[in-house]
Write a protein that binds this ligand. Sequence first.
Ligand code: G4P
Length: 305
Amino acid sequence: MSIQWFPGHMNAARKKAAESMEKVDLVIEVLDARVPQASSNPMIESLRRARQRPCLKILNKSDLADPDATRDWLAHYGAQPQVHAVALSCRKPADVAKVPTLCLKLAPHRGTVLKPLRVMIMGIPNVGKSTLMNALLKKRVAKVGDEPAVTKTQQRLFLGNNIVLIDTPGMMWPKIEHPTDGLMLAASHAIGVNAIIEEEVAVFLAETLLQRYPQLLAARYGLRPEGTDGVGVVEAIAARRGFRLRGGDPDLEKAAHTLLQDYRSGALGRISLETPASRVELLATYVPPPSLAEPQEVGEDDEST
Ligand code: G4P
């Protein structure tokens, strides 16, 4: 499955983010702790690096992620220059209360009444940016829009008298290079998918779970993970739960939806779909599609440009 789009409002959001990057001291990048690298927008990272802004990477929803994988991700990001990584749950006020101090440490030259620390909160849709913002400010603030219909593109709000928060809309990037990243994001609900693709996403999720967490599948659905594959897991869920269509065939769509919901809500257990090691493996075995791998033909007239 190739997931590719670039709606106009995201283009506008990217331009605005590039302009704002100049005027901020620190970026908070909110990631989904279950899929940290797949949920990291390479455009955000390149904008930030070009302006050399320090970054607090928040591995959010860590209450749903595998603690061992999260520990490895924290070490991975923590080793990067100008980066501090923290795992938390933005639904827990005590976790969020740590954030201002971490921000001030990363940009010690700012953070006074006269020179407030300007922090831009970025991340792809549904990683928890609004939840973080609300928890920091201890009130509900209107969500900046991921939806085309929502016109507000950024908002600035004071946190105490020494930090200014700039909230940006969820920003995707034009093309997700690795198909498995698209599937991980769809499984984790960062991107919406229709019912047909939902089955494909569920089969991918089932295959990942068979490899990494077979015991959780067995515990939740009473199925035998040995010798089965992703399709077999979805079929087994339909059979075990009695999901049938009118004619008696298994309702695989319902089974796929159930598996995805159980993963997203944490009912299956604490799961991470990728680790730094699996990422290295992915990059080592990745063969770019021909359009990306083959050098573009350059006409004689184009060579000087
Ligand atoms: P966004 O602004 O980045 O788009 O994300 P938002 O804050 O709206 O959060 C998206 C969903 O993720 C919300 O659930 C929110 O409650 C949930 N969420 C945010 N932080 C955490 C966390 O630390 N742990 C858990 N478990 N959930 C978190 P929702 O409105 O019910 O949406 P959905 O889950 O049905 O997609």
